[in-house]
Design a protein around this ligand. Structure first.
Ligand code: SF4
Length: 251
């Protein structure tokens, strides 16, 4: 795994008009067309945020690796991820050979417990996600002009309005979602056709994988994300809510 912490690279910063024009043009496009546009536009100023948990992120990583070797993979190690996910990440990045930055929170788990208390994860998980996920990503994105993500509209109500290309003010970077319009079937067809590796926990009843304390396997008739923060209103860590802090889902 090629781990790298890059200084900020020169690349193009698009105007609001250019971003909305790209979004309009790439709506519904093959994800590879969107990735090619992003790579040509942002060069080394482009990153991919990957959790190594779901099939869509892996499909996106596979597509990117066939188009460019300049995109840096940003992945957050909260200190609570599954051992299987960490091992899978190491194995996969030996195969894909893209530069990787493993992002870590400013506070260790012990420091966080000392500051906020043992129960923070269950009583105030929005704050925990803010410290352990959102802040590390925000700091890393200060060095990039654009980032790609595997999120899709059909995943949750909160993701239903996802744009293919949008400006994210709170990260100071463009956010690109090449798979925004893809269905579950399209993701899994791609994974099968291209022999894309997936997190081994997906074969053990998990359908959406995050931090170990707040992820459980789900039954076939359950919503794939119902195993995340199970028993709480929360369904999102807050990374993908444009213009807002981490907040509980409203259905
Ligand atoms: S998913 Fe849970 S353990 Fe992980 S950062 Fe969020 S609240 Fe903390």
């Amino acid at each position: 795994m090629r781990e790298a912490v890059k200084p900020r690279r020169e690349s193009r910063v698009l105007s609001w008009w250019e971003i909305s024009e790209a979004d309009r043009r790439l709506e519904g496009a093959d994800p590879r067309e969107t990735i090619t546009w992003a790579a040509e536009t942002y060069g080394e100023g482009l990153a991919l945020s990957a959790s190594f948990g779901g099939g869509e992120g892996m499909a996106l990583l596979d597509m990117i690796s066939k188009i460019t070797n300049k995109v840096t993979v940003l992945t957050i190690d909260t200190g609570f991820i599954f051992k299987e996910t960490a091992e899978f990440r190491e194995e996969v990045m030996r195969r894909y050979k893209l530069p990787v930055e493993v992002l870590r929170p400013a506070l260790s788990v012990e420091e966080q417990v000392a500051r906020y208390g043992e129960q923070m994860r269950t009583c105030t998980p929005d704050l925990c996600c803010q410290v352990r996920k959102i802040e590390p990503l925000r700091r890393a994105l200060e060095r990039y002009d654009a980032w790609m993500t595997g999120i899709r509209r059909v995943q949750t109500l909160q993701r239903a309005e996802t744009r293919v290309v949008a400006w994210e003010e709170r990260y100071g970077a463009a956010k690109i979602a090449p798979l925004a319009h893809w269905t579950d079937e399209q993701v899994w067809d791609y994974v099968r056709e291209h022999d894309v590796p997936v997190n081994p926990l997906l074969h053990k009843g998990y359908k959406s994988i995050g931090c170990e304390p707040q992820t459980r396997p789900v039954h076939d008739d359950e919503d794939p994300r119902s195993g995340r923060w199970s028993g709480l209103e929360k369904t999102e860590c807050g990374i993908h809510f444009a213009g807002g802090e981490a907040r509980r889902a409203v259905s």
